[in-house]
Design a protein around this ligand. Sequence first.
Ligand SMILES: [Zn+2]
Length: 250
Amino acid sequence: MIDTHCHLLDSSFDKDRQEVIERAFDKGISCIIEISEEPSLWQNSLKLCRDYQTYKIFCAIGVHPNHADKYVDPSSLVEDKLVVGIGECGLDYYRKYVDSKTQMDVFERQLEIAEKYKKPVVVHCRKAEKDVYEILCRQQNVKGVIHCFSSTLEFAEKFLQIGFYIGIDAPVTYPNAGELREVVRKIPLERILIETDSPYLPPQQYRGKRNEPSYAEFVAEEIARLKKISVETVIEVTDINAEKLFKVGE
Ligand SMILES: [Zn+2]
């Protein structure tokens, strides 16, 4: 099982990062994609990937919309073979720490880099579906994933139409996630990626606690339950999806 989105450099893992990583790989995680969301983290993310070469840990590097005012061009690092994507980048109109014009500008610049270096993008989209969709439509050569999908079925279908994958995280296990569960039932498994977003968004049974990559199984189990298929099938197909998009399958 591949956890396609986590933040292992978060300080909440400082005391036991190694144990968390070992536990994940012991529990059947085969590959982790570390999302490096601001320039000050990039080198450390690459170091993390290198330090754990015995495991398969790769990273995406980019600038999160909440840090858009700290934008630095990541071009000098993206050709490293451990960098498998650009992001997370996108738009966040829920928090709006940075004005929307700057966010859009920084998002577009990262899409251009993704196009130039032929890397997929990890897209953060919060209360900004319309603008994210329009910007992605203008950059048809770039594909990627809408990370931690939290919108309507209508938008899920629009993003699928332009070739994007839909990232599903543990909020799908929350009692009030009726709309998200409906999205998971309706969209093809061939376009779903499993993410934990650790240390954020723990599954229902761990709410209030820290999330970690080994909990990806709870997301897979919920997808299986909703689609009335086996967990093995969910893991098999979503792994192929992740390998295809991020080219991490050897
Ligand atoms: Zn994230």
